[in-house]
Design a protein around this ligand. Structure first.
Ligand code: SAH
Length: 411
């Protein structure tokens, strides 16, 4: 039995029992072709679900019923499919609801208001979600890939490398299972409804665009197509996959775009973000501005404040200049003090430097709010998700090497 360490209200670590997902393994018709996750209801749109249902020898309208169980009641247990003939429940559930995610462990922080969960996928790959309760909302941070191929040296996920893209249903299942957990009072015993989703867990969502697009449809469209979450409460965060920023806008959902900028100049962003070799700061800001024009959604500029690296006052001024050059009121900046990652030689900016950075932007008319760092004591905060197991525990060494290389590059 695996257990996790959590931080109690008094700040003392405590060991939590493992929380199994309750998903019983079921045989599936649609055994996965090698390397691919089993197909699942949430991989398909309604027309495809009906087609699959007919192929399996059931009337098409069962697809509608099954979708309502899934998206309205968050239910996949065959016993609960009471409007489907008892003799068919097992078979239908086995085709459409193969178990995709198994809970490995939960880590709890912030007085029970933050829960990081580690999940194992059908092939052993690991991902993480972070559920956060606030006064006015409940936010779920989800993963779009197992690991990440972007190799940003300050980010723990980037240091572990990419394991693989998630299927649409593997993304959607993170949401359903977390909705169930929240409804069952997993956050400090209070039943809650997940209201906000951020694609800020493991992975680069816009490099798994087709699956993320499908998942967005399932999150946003109303039942029986999807959960009917408000697009405005969904944030897709990208390190700067420029061509797909346009595709996200073209999809027509008013989701919030977050751009992980971290530096206003290519001189620093080149070594800080490997993808900047292809997509430069000015081109990304142009794309972000175009995103705002097309969707009407204010873009969020993410900026991890790294001591003596990117936290200079002149960089705050340059950032403000570049944003203002593209119009007023279209972006807000979210600086976040760097979260520590294993082996990294960098630290967060001093409080004074953080405040100076924020004040400089505000004085230039840029709405700016310092982001909180929920879950940092359970490695559940931004840039700390690495699903630490023996399988990828070499991450610390590579993080240190990358950080040293970057230090040389910018000094
Ligand atoms: N790949 C996407 C989605 C990940 S979101 C993206 O880069 O936007 C995770 C957010 O946390 C990103 O803004 C990322 O740049 C930021 N981040 C990464 N490492 C961090 C760290 N050590 N401290 C604070 N933020 C970090």
């Amino acid at each position: 039995m695996v257990s996790g360490t959590s931080i109690s209200k008094e700040g003392r670590p405590q060991v939590l029992p493992v929380v199994e997902s309750g998903l019983s393994p079921r045989l599936s018709f649609t055994a996965s072709s090698k390397g691919k996750p089993p197909a699942h209801l949430a991989d398909f749109d309604m027309a495809e679900r009906k087609e699959k249902m007919k192929e399996a020898g059931f009337p098409a309208f069962r697809a509608d019923q099954l979708s309502r169980h899934y998206f309205e009641r968050h239910e996949t247990d065959p016993e609960a499919l009471t409007d489907i003939p008892a003799a068919q429940r097992e078979e239908i559930a086995s085709i459409f609801f193969p178990p995709l995610l198994t809970k490995v462990r939960d880590l709890v922080a912030d007085g029970g208001q933050t829960v990081k969960s580690v999940w194992r996928l059908f092939d052993g790959a690991l991902i993480e979600t972070v559920l956060m309760g606030y006064k006015d909302r409940t936010t779920l941070c989800i993963s779009s890939q197992s690991g990440c191929g972007m190799a940003c040296p300050f980010c723990a996920t980037g240091q572990g490398g990419l394991t693989r893209n998630l299927s649409a249903a593997e993304i959607v299942e993170q949401v359903r299972l977390s909705m169930v957990a929240a409804e069952n009072g997993e956050l400090a015993g209070e039943p809650r409804r997940v209201s906000n989703i951020v694609f800020m867990g493991m992975g680069e969502p816009l490099s798994n665009w087709l699956r993320v697009k499908r998942a967005l449809h399932a999150l946003i469209e109303p039942s029986p197509h999807g959960f009917g979450l408000s697009a405005r409460n969904i944030t897709v965060s990208t390190v700067g996959m420029l061509p797909n920023i346009k595709k996200l806008a073209d999809e027509g959902f008013p989701v919030t775009l977050a751009l992980s900028l971290h530096a206003p100049d290519d001189e620093l962003r080149d070594p800080l973000i490997p993808l900047n070799a292809r997509f430069k700061v000015d081109a990304l800001l142009d794309a972000a501005r175009a995103y705002f024009e097309q969707t009407g959604r204010r873009v969020s500029i993410e900026y991890a404040l790294i001591k003596d690296m990117n936290d200079h006052e002149w960089r705050a001024r340059l950032l403000a200049e570049k944003l203002n050059a593209r119009g007023r009121g279209w972006a807000h900046v979210n600086p976040i003090p760097l979260n520590p990652t294993p082996g990294s030689i960098w630290t967060a900016s001093s409080r004074k430097a953080q405040q100076r950075f924020v004040d400089t932007l505000m004085a230039a008319g840029i709405p700016t709010s310092l982001r909180d760092t929920r879950g940092s004591d359970i490695e559940g905060a931004c840039g700390q998700l690495a699903a630490t197991t023996q399988e990828n525990s070499h991450g610390a060494k590579t993080a240190r090497q990358a950080a040293q290389a970057l230090d040389q590059a910018v000094s």
